[in-house]
Design a protein around this ligand. Structure first.
Ligand code: CA2
Length: 152
């Protein structure tokens, strides 16, 4: 029986690697997806990795996750700080959720210090750049009871 996780990315993260490398690093979202796919596979997890600039699309994906995925990793980007809709969707599906951010949101503008997502997340990883996604996979894997390292 396969264990699948869903990794969601919010607005503007499709522009990673093109601007503000001093804040978000030089890797593209595609680079991060490939690294996550390799690590999830090593952890014995299947993974879907998605990005949307639309709050409604992210809400729909969270709603649809119930019954298909064992847990969610989410970088809601700017919606982190504004979206009660994403919070409500995460609370509704009751899936183990790990919040991730590339930057250390607590060292940045005051409006980035509050996260609506945090209320629904088991924990948050921020400030480690793209490696935060790998740490989030490890954290979620442990929450799911470690499906096991693939032998292949
Ligand atoms: O640090 C993170 O991962 C953030 O979620 C990134 C969001 C920001 O609003 C959050 O406060 C923290 C912004 C993502 C925008 O990404 C860009 C990438 C390249 C160029 C411009 C924006």
């Amino acid at each position: 029986m396969h264990t699948s996780i869903l990794i969601l990315n919010g607005p503007n993260l499709n522009m990673l690697g093109t601007r503000q490398p001093e804040v978000y690093g030089r890797e593209t979202l595609s680079d991060i997806e490939h690294a996550c796919r390799a690590h999830a596979s090593w952890r014995g997890l299947e993974m879907d990795f998605r990005q949307s600039n639309s709050e409604g699309e992210l809400v729909t994906w969270i709603q649809q996750a119930k019954g298909h995925y064992a847990g969610i990793i989410i970088n809601a980007a700017a919606y982190t700080h504004t979206s009660v809709a994403i919070l409500d969707a995460l609370l509704a599906v009751e899936l183990p959720t790990v919040e991730v951010h590339l930057s250390n949101i607590h060292q940045r503008d005051a409006f980035r210090h509050h996260s609506y997502v945090a209320k629904a997340a088991r924990g948050m990883i921020c400030g480690f750049g793209s490696h935060g996604y790998i740490l989030a996979i490890d954290a979620l894997s442990r929450l799911l009871g470690d499906p096991g390292v693939a032998s292949a």
